[in-house]
Design a protein around this ligand. Structure first.
Ligand code: ZN
Length: 128
């Protein structure tokens, strides 16, 4: 199964937990759920679902560590920092399924981390 997320900003973290849970609810026999984005400048992240400041802190941390405009690829299409951030976090997460539900912690959600928006992003979800 897959779905599309339209991002609205250059960098943002968008909660996709509900969309993934809906897919898991139709495939309750699975043991794990793979969430994957087939893109080079965004990533899938699992982290805090309550205080939005955590998401801002993550984006600000990456922005400080990986500045724009100093990389070889910036001479090409100018988004080298987006590629590096996406590579560090990675394009996928694997979450165990127990009794038909994602085994996320109380304070965890699944999110798309956009580093080069706004764009349309495809999310592929496989129940394993
Ligand atoms: Zn590029």
């Amino acid at each position: 199964m897959e779905f599309i997320i339209k991002t609205g900003r250059k960098e943002e973290i968008i909660d996709i937990t509900k969309q993934v849970e809906e897919i898991v609810s139709k495939n309750k026999e699975g043991k794990a759920c793979l969430i994957y984005c087939p893109h080079a400048t965004c990533a899938i992240i699992i982290n805090e679902n309550y205080d939005k400041a955590v998401q801002e802190d993550i984006l600000n941390y990456l922005k400080k560590q990986i500045p724009q405009g100093i990389w070889k690829h910036d001479n090409n299409d100018g988004n080298a920092d987006s590629h590096i951030k996406a590579s560090i976090i990675g394009p996928s997460q694997l979450v165990p399924i127990g009794q038909g539900n994602l085994q996320l912690g109380t304070w965890q959600n699944i999110a798309l981390a956009e580093f080069d928006g706004p764009r349309e992003r495809k999310i592929i979800v496989k129940i394993l």
